[in-house]
Design a binder for this molecule. Structure first.
Ligand SMILES: NC(=O)c1ccc[n+]([C@@H]2O[C@H](COP(=O)([O-])OP(=O)(O)OC[C@H]3O[C@@H](n4cnc5c(N)ncnc54)[C@H](OP(=O)(O)O)[C@@H]3O)[C@@H](O)[C@H]2O)c1
Length: 284
């Protein structure tokens, strides 16, 4: 029996990080309540108490009853939710933010991600509850759009093939979130986090190739060609510009690897090879 059993409210529960987080919390013997807009489609473990609701709307009656800590997904509007949680006595909020909010690089100033996450961080710090802010860098899941070109063409097209990033496995974000939500000593902390290695985009593709047993080719295109392709898929210029600045900067200056995942969880961070194996079915 877990003598430190907590009741944790999870928002973003049906998302990638949220599902891993729920697995971590249940494995640790904690009680989980999940807020979702579509309980009928949630497909979460039966031990999870589902509550229908929207982060951006007034919290449903009783949502915060008995809740020790809450995981806050950075939806468009969460200020009302975090104020209500603090007022209802939720002692600790753990926010999924982004490394962009740390403004470590000039490229982040005014970017879509920096503006969005900085505003949500302010709301959480002003909520009145204790808080911990998780600041992951690029998610490994950002490579999923490569699945279709890999399946159909045996490779990908993109700019800056030698730029190097340190993608983080979403399960590791969840593992750190679970530690912060259920253990002492995390209030008032900002946790920057990345994967364990900076890999060039070619090496990232190779990791996927190794997981599916195929040699994959990276075809370099210009930033202008990339922008035009993204626009044709309806991707906004703010997102395209954010990506291009990130990749062009990380040609000369690869992502700095952060030790947060091993420090907080006590085990090595998952590698991109691990992530690629977990997602082999998406790419094969
Ligand atoms: N991609 C990156 O490189 C990166 C880097 C740093 C930070 N981030 C942050 O991480 C987020 C993605 O996390 P993820 O991959 O776990 O998300 P995800 O898989 O896209 O899932 C989003 C979840 O949020 C819930 N949600 C959205 N709006 C909601 C609302 N108004 N009310 C209640 N729930 C709402 C949805 O649940 P229901 O539909 O069940 O309600 C859904 O399960 C990004 O949006 C970004 O803020 C991303």
């Amino acid at each position: 029996m877990n003598t430190n059993q907590k009741t944790v409210l999870v928002t973003g529960a049906t998302g990638t990080v949220g599902r891993y987080l729920i697995g971590e919390l249940l494995a640790g013997g904690h009680r989980v309540r999940a807020l979702t807009r579509s309980p009928e489609a949630a497909n979460l473990p039966t031990e999870v108490e589902l509550v229908a609701g929207d982060l951006a709307a007034a919290p449903p009656e009783g949502l915060f009853d008995g809740v020790d800590s809450a995981f806050v997904f950075p939806a468009a509007e969460v200020a009302g939710f975090v104020k209500a949680a603090a007022a209802a006595g939720v002692a600790h909020l753990v926010l999924l933010s982004s490394l962009a909010a740390a403004l470590e690089h000039e490229r982040d100033r005014g970017s879509a991600s920096q503006v969005h996450h900085a505003a949500i961080e302010d709301a959480v710090r002003d909520s009145g509850a204790d808080w911990t802010i998780l600041r992951p860098g690029t998610f490994a899941g950002n490579l999923l759009p490569w699945a279709q070109p890999i399946r159909f063409t045996g490779g990908v097209r993109g700019p800056y093939p030698t730029s190097a990033q340190a993608p983080i496995h979403e399960a590791d974000i969840a593992a750190v979130a679970a530690v912060a939500l259920t253990g002492p000593g995390h209030a008032g902390k900002h946790y920057p986090m990345t994967g364990p290695q900076a890999l060039t985009r070619i090496e990232q593709l190779d990791a996927i190739g190794a997981a599916i047993g195929r040699e994959l080719h990276f075809t370099e295109i210009t930033p202008d060609e990339f922008s035009a392709e993204m626009r044709s898929y309806g991707v906004g210029d703010d997102i395209v510009s954010m990506l291009l600045h990130y990749w062009s900067d990380t040609v000369e200056t690869p992502d700095v690897v952060r030790p947060t995942v091993p420090q907080l969880t006590g085990r090595p961070a998952r590698t991109l090879a691990d992530w690629a194996r977990d997602h082999a079915a998406d790419f094969a």
